[in-house]
Design a protein around this ligand. Structure first.
Ligand SMILES: Nc1ncnc2c1ncn2[C@@H]1O[C@H](COP(=O)(O)OP(=O)(O)OP(=O)(O)O)[C@@H](O)[C@H]1O
Ligand SMILES: [Mg+2]
Length: 260
């Protein structure tokens, strides 16, 4: 089980040509995610959410500052920090179970053990019976379930998700949020992964998170770090839920006015 620390992290993208100004995408971002916590990073489009997640995964370097897992600076990308991409990124020529198996093969898990892990994770995301389907035979919501199952199957220390439900229509999005809420509510807390999800949906963040880090508009800075203590599964009609949503909405709305 693992915790993750973002310490004074900035990211400057160099300009593409001599006339192009460098872009300061993130500015001295710091926060800490505890063991077993579900943390959402919430902010407007272009505030540096994907950049931050790519740095956590190890695909991008920080220009300044450090990202640590269990107090140790992270290195290259590894299955220990697995990532769910916005566009699923499944292999189209592989079935559901082959897609999930891929990471396990990379990890050199023996075939007999692989089968059990695949089955457990397929069941967890509610896809039993679809093991032999190909991605093109699945709906967007189902594809996203496969990519979540694939990321969880390798038993990462930290699960990173980039707007995992953004490509879905409103109905499927609500279903997936519910499903994720169910997974979080039912699993033994000590078994739960440390998860970080970037999103621009306030609802999604409040339904799923133990902690919500609100970023400012670009360059992204930490605007607020809010602990969510509501019991799970979350009751969206409860006064506490509505009050928290309003609090977060005000924080985000402030940002809008500063920009205007
Ligand atoms: N590879 C890159 N090279 C140069 N600039 C980049 C690169 N990637 C991102 N940027 C810039 O950095 C800023 C932050 O981008 P990023 O994709 O991290 O934002 P985001 O919060 O994920 O946005 P969205 O909600 O639209 O996905 C933007 O201004 C973007 O143009
Ligand atoms: Mg993004």
């Amino acid at each position: 089980m693992s915790n993750l620390t973002v310490k004074n992290v900035s990211k400057i993208y160099p300009g593409h040509s001599a006339n192009d100004e460098p872009v300061l995408a993130l500015d001295r971002v710091s926060f800490h995610v505890e063991d077993h916590e579900f943390c959402s990073v919430l902010g407007h489009s272009g505030c540096g959410k994907t950049t931050l997640l790519m740095m956590m995964a190890g695909f991008e370097d920080a220009s300044e500052g450090q990202i640590m897992v269990d107090g140790k600076p992270i290195g290259k990308p590894t299955w220990q920090r697995s990532i769910v991409f916005q566009d699923y990124a499944l292999f189209p020529w592989m079935t559901v179970q082959e897609n999930i198996s891929f990471g396990l093969e990379m990890k050199k898990i023996p075939l007999a053990d692989r089968k059990e892990v695949i089955q457990k994770n397929i069941q967890l995301v509610g896809l039993s019976g679809f093991e032999n389907r190909y991605p093109h035979q699945l709906s967007g919501g189902m594809k996203q379930r496969v990519s979540i199952a694939r990321a969880l199957a390798v038993d990462p220390k930290v699960l990173l998700m980039d707007e995992p439900f953004a490509a879905l229509d409103a109905q499927n999005r609500a279903l997936m949020q519910e499903e994720m809420g169910r997974i979080l509510a039912s699993s033994d807390i000590t078994q739960r992964k440390t998860m970080i999800m970037v999103t621009h949906s306030i609802d999604e963040a409040v339904i799923l998170s133990d902690r919500i880090v609100v970023l400012t508009r670009r360059p992204g800075r930490v605007k607020a770090n809010v602990i969510v203590n509501l019991p799970r599964p979350r009751v969206e009609e409860s006064p506490e839920f509505i009050a928290l949503k309003r609090q977060i909405r005000d924080l985000i709305h402030d940002e809008f006015e500063i920009e205007a």
